[in-house]
Design a binder for this molecule. Structure first.
Ligand SMILES: C[S@@+](CC[C@H](N)C(=O)[O-])C[C@H]1O[C@@H](n2cnc3c(N)ncnc32)[C@H](O)[C@@H]1O
Length: 251
């Protein structure tokens, strides 16, 4: 695992708002609401959008539904538009081109997010519900979604679950303990079948990012950005073959 300097640009709020408006994201999301409990963070949303656009991502897996889901769908719609310009269209082994799979524990927020999703972006997103259960990874406590979308993403956004949604105990320990940080281990489960070049963006959850860093076995480039409170992982391996190339290989 190597620490690298390659990282998405950190935008100020003004720059992020400018980026979101230029991309038309403000058509879909009120970027400066007066009432929401968790207001959209333009810097977070711009970062996600820039990364997915910059990498021409094909298939996204998102943990934690919300405004980000709309932004991901918008970026994928634009990636498809660019892809359709390629003639002849390259052949890729992927049934889920330009699609976002979001998993969440809250039926309420799934419903809210489905209703918020602009009509023109709905075909780019599948939102599914799943419980989360406490478990262990090599004797270390952590948690896993009970039902993950059966896909191989090339971009992952880790921003869920809510720790209070984690069920179960291990030797009396639980995630109902307020002092215990979230510790999602789903990506350790998925690691062996991830494709070279895959990127993982972790929003906050620094303890969780370090757990993944310490337990991933493959060669990921890791980066933690304290100021922006985000971490990234990039699977730094040679492509498997022509059918497993990623969007960034074609632009
Ligand atoms: C950190 S939020 C996820 C936010 C989402 N990824 C985003 O960037 O907009 C974690 C959980 O809170 C719930 N949630 C989503 N949007 C919310 C909002 N605006 N206010 C409160 N809770 C929210 C969802 O159940 C989600 O899994």
């Amino acid at each position: 695992m190597s620490e690298t300097t390659t990282f998405p640009t950190i935008l100020s709020r003004t720059e992020a708002l400018k980026y979101c408006r230029a991309e038309g994201i403000d058509r879909h999301i009120d970027l400066e609401p007066t009432d929401a409990s968790i207001a959209p963070d333009p810097a977070d949303l711009a970062r996600i959008h820039q990364l997915i656009r910059g990498r021409k991502s094909f298939t996204v897996l998102e943990f934690g539904v919300g405004y980000s889901t709309i932004v991901i769908a918008d970026a994928l719609a634009k990636n498809r538009r660019d892809w359709e310009q390629l003639q002849p269209e390259p052949v890729i082994r992927n049934r889920f081109m330009f699609h976002c799979f979001t998993v969440d524990t809250s039926e309420e927020w799934i419903e809210i997010s489905r209703n918020r999703m602009p009509e023109e972006l709905r075909s780019f997103v599948t939102i599914s519900h799943s419980g989360v259960s406490m478990g262990t990874h090599q004797g270390q406590i952590c948690h896993f979604y009970d039902e993950l979308p059966d896909v191989v993403p090339d971009f992952v956004y880790l921003d869920g679950p809510d720790p209070k949604a984690v069920q179960g105990k291990v030797n009396g320990l639980s995630f109902q303990c307020n002092e215990r940080t979230v510790m999602a281990a789903d990506l350790l489960l998925m690691e062996p079948t991830l494709l070279p070049g895959t990127m993982i963006l972790v929003d906050g959850r620094t303890n969780n990012a370090r757990f993944l860093k310490n337990n991933f076995r493959r060669d990921f480039d890791f980066n933690w950005h304290r100021q922006a409170d985000v971490s990234t992982f990039e699977l730094n391996e040679e492509r498997l073959g022509k059918y497993n190339k990623l969007g960034s290989d074609f632009f």
